[in-house]
Design a protein around this ligand. Structure first.
Ligand code: GN1
Ligand code: MG
Length: 376
């Protein structure tokens, strides 16, 4: 254990009124943005080291999240609402600082922004081809939609404005290509050519929304399968996590991003793009789970654009990874210098495969919708 990190975590624990001595911590490799630690405390109940009490400590990345206080307000509102509706489910609880007035679910010293949440014993999956697990993930994200269907989106802040506005993502990419601040544009000509060539198709979801044809809902906006916690034995979904981007949004963003991540044969940053592509069985299982929960609440156009939304979201991630590479890797955590370029190439390979399989994807969505419409 690094004594500096331990010292920091100890202070944070104290601020959040966590009792008992800190025994150990481990950094969890969760996500590309925040830093997450599992911090184990010794219980003061005589069990000693046999039963440590774990908590999740997270340092929120304030470069990505410019309004972390609003972000926590969104999370507080949504988690309180879900706990009220589902008191007996596995839920997320954020700890409060202080003892009386001014209790907050975060600690912010103007620089570092920390929060502390209950640790849920569970398993997560980065990639998975077990269709039962995938179906459960689809159900979990569908259920997240359903449980918040009567929550007014106007109560939530846009913590990252235009987060899934694909047109604006393209504008930023084009702007950064023109500036070429790191001299990397020449090297990524093929990637730029591809992503610009599919621009209108990629922006379909955003355009339909801007034309008023798709409704605004409460969406999760980061529906990667590793944001679902599963029971270690039964593999039932327990709870959806990473609510940082809960905001008003479009349902296709949630569906499309989930497929982009879960139905890819490879991880999103695979170097071997010969294997990258969309696994239609995984697509089918996720669609079935998702639609079994949501079909009656969705409009026809929302259902009809679910398959296309997968292409939109994949291209959107291409614009973001490519832009970050061109702009000097400021946004996403990278593990090696060309990581964002590797991510870009992998997402392009996935987008190309989706173009080939779009007809099949559409047919699968229609089949699942027909199966679950009005059955509940
Ligand atoms: C980021 O940090 P993580 O993995 O939860 C990003 C998502 C991207 C994802 C790509 C706030 O999510 O939008 O889809 O990386 N989150 C934010 O892996 O930008
Ligand atoms: Mg996230």
């Amino acid at each position: 254990m690094d004594s500096k990190v331990t010292g920091k975590l100890l202070k944070i624990g104290e601020a959040f009124n966590i009792e008992g001595p800190l025994f150990s911590y481990e950094e969890l490799n969760m996500g590309n943005i925040n830093r997450t630690y599992k911090v184990n405390y010794i219980r003061d109940d005589g069990t000693g080291l046999a039963k440590l009490k774990p908590f999740l400590f997270q340092r929120v990345n304030t470069y990505a999240f410019k309004n972390p206080i609003q972000l926590m307000e969104n999370i507080d509102r949504v988690t309180e609402y879900i706990r009220m509706k589902r008191p007996d489910s596995v839920n997320l609880h954020f700890h409060h600082t202080g003892r009386e007035d001014g209790r907050k679910t975060y600690l912010f010293d103007g620089d570092e922004f920390w929060r502390v949440c209950n640790f849920v014993p569970s398993v997560t999956f980065m990639t998975c081809d077990d269709l039962n697990i995938i179906r459960n993930a689809g159900k979990a994200f569908g259920d997240f939609q359903t449980v918040l269907a009567d929550f007014d989106p106007a109560q939530l802040y846009y913590t990252i404005p235009d987060f899934h506005d694909t047109r604006k993502r393209y504008e930023k990419l084009e702007h950064d290509i023109a500036s070429d601040s790191c001299g990397r544009v020449a090297e990524v000509k093929d990637e730029i050519d591809y992503i610009l060539s599919v621009k209108d198709k990629a922006c379909l979801l955003t355009d339909l929304f801007n034309e008023g044809k798709l409704p605004l809902r409460v969406t999760h906006n980061d529906t990667k399968i590793n944001n679902v916690l599963f029971d270690e034995e039964t593999h039932d979904a327990l709870v959806v996590i990473d609510l940082d981007t809960v905001m008003p949004g479009i349902v296709g963003s949630d569906f499309g991003d989930a497929i982009r991540f879960a139905a890819n044969y490879t991880e999103e940053d695979s170097r071997d793009t010969s294997k990258t592509g969309i696994d239609l069985n995984v697509f089918w299982a996720f669609a079935e789970g998702f639609l079994s929960e949501t079909v009656d609440a969705l409009t026809n156009l929302e259902i009809d654009t679910l398959a296309a939304s997968c292409f939109s979201l994949t291209c959107e991630l291409v614009t973001r990874f490519l832009d970050d590479y061109i702009d000097g890797d400021k946004y996403f955590k990278i593990n090696y210098p060309e990581h964002n370029l590797v991510r870009t190439r992998c997402q392009i390979a996935l987008a190309r495969d989706m173009e080939r399989k779009m007809e099949a994807m559409d047919a699968i969505v229609k089949g699942c919708a027909a199966k679950y419409k009005n059955v509940k």
